[in-house]
Design a protein around this ligand. Sequence first.
Ligand code: ITT
Ligand code: NA
Length: 209
Amino acid sequence: MLRYVTTNPGKVREAEEYLDAAVSQLDYDYTEIQSDDLGTIAARGAREAYRHAGEPALVDDAGLFVRALDGFPGPYSSYAEDTIGVERTWELAREEDDRAASFRCVLAYCDGEGFDASPDPVDVDDRVAAAAAGADPEADDEREALPVKLFEGRVRGTLVEPRGEGGFGFDPIFEHEGTTFAEMDEAEKNAISHRGRALAKFAEWFAER
Ligand code: ITT
Ligand code: NA
């Protein structure tokens, strides 16, 4: 069984809407390393979750990147939401002429197997194989680093005064083509969202696996 590793029920609802019965939540709070790269954070998390669960693990690391704030809060979005909150994040953006932002999501998949299609994997150096599979090249335990496959999705939008009751997190202040993400239902949001795009890439790849 594929485990969608997150403590966030909003992410689970969207993944279930997309992947249907193929996935179940693992409510496991993996160590989020400090990095300005979502992929690095997600890859570490996927290895840790796989080691913890012993089942194929899909980790979702996401954030809101505000252009005028040089990408803040980005990988620190969860912290920003818990501290200053959504309303004050909007107030920061309101001060700016440029209110462009993007949501980004990286899904990291680890099932303990490699992804190299080489006919003789024994000949492939661990490090090269891991790098080819998108593993974190800075892993401390490099020789033991399990391969991780990454899928990314992004969506552009504009920050606005909060509107709408749906979704979660920063959805009420993120407007895409005139509608905030909190004004959309799950299917509408998934059709265009960062998570939906990453899930689409993952689902296509996973179906072949
Ligand atoms: P897990 O780490 O357990 O998955 P989390 O909510 O802490 O849960 P992240 O570390 O990826 O997840 O933090 C993502 C932050 O960005 C969090 O504050 C979310 O509310 C926000 N975020 C991510 N995707 C979002 C989306 O689709 N809509 C609104 N906010 C989103
Ligand atoms: Na988190």
